[in-house]
Structure formats: C-alpha cells, structure tokens
Design a protein around this ligand. Sequence first.
Ligand code: ZN
Length: 180
Amino acid sequence: MASTTPPVVSFNMKNSDPTGYNSSKQIKDTFTEKSDIFITEHFKWSEFACHDGTPVPDFLRPNVTMLCTNLEVIREAIQMPIMILSGYRTKEYNRILHLKDPRVSLVSQHLQGKAADISLGIVNVKGTLFKCPFDPVDLANLIESLIERELISEGGLGIYSNFIHYDIRSNKARWDFSGR
Ligand SMILES: [Zn+2]
C-alpha cells in the first residue's frame, strides 16, 4: 500500500479510483478470514467488525454480504463513499450500548449482521480530502426512494441526528430519533 495514501480514504474506496466512484457490483472473497478483504466492491470485513474487536462470525457472513449488496446500491445512487459507524455487534457489546442508551434494542439487527449505522465518508479529489455533506433526512428520503423502486430491501430505516440506521430485516420498520 502506498504510504502517500491517507488512511482516512480507506472507507469503501478503491485506491485505484481516487473519487471512489467505481460502479461495478462484483462480490468477491466472501469466505476469506482476512478482515481487510472486500465483501462487495467497496465494503470490507474490517468495517463491519464489532467495535470490541470481534470479527463478523462465519455464520453471519451471508447476512453481512446481503446487507452490503444493498449498501452498494445506496452508494451508487449517492455517488459518495459510505462510512460504516457500526456494523456487526456481539450480544455483550450491544448490551453495553443498551445500558448507555435504552433506544438500542437488545434484539438489534446488528446482532445478526443485518444492520449498519451509516454516515457519509470522505472523498479524495486529486489529493485533497473533502467531507461529504450529510443530512440524515435527505439520506433517509433517498433510501426510501430506492425501496419504492424495489432496488433495495424494505427492511428497517431509522433516522438519528447524525447517522442513519439501515437493516435488511424481513418486515418493514421505521423510526425517527432525529429530534427534528
Ligand atoms: Zn443501528
């Protein structure tokens, strides 16, 4: 890896594509143990590991792969990298979050590798880094439009003040904790 590449641009961006606007959706390397391997075109296993350091368990990898297939559609639509703030969570780690904030469900979709809390990432334009403008309501509306067009799973969509929760549960769920 070139030492001139700022580490911050590793968020689902390809170094060979400095704008991060690569559009193909090939799934690869799903069954390798290396956490920095790509799940889909732009998302890596390391981005979905629990914040306590636990990698995504093998039996949940199909769920995370399906989630990423949906996230690729969102990424393609917004033409910006997506920052994964929280992906897979162990039961223990999720319980700690629940104790801090009761809005965190004890049966969260994060436990099954079906959910991601997302914000927008950083783009590298000719060597200069720019934080993507982020409005949670705008992003939620865009995700809803993709759902209406049946391009991604209906699933769960939650709006927070500084991120969006999206998951691929089999039923529809919506909530707004943005405080707007
Ligand atoms: Zn979440």
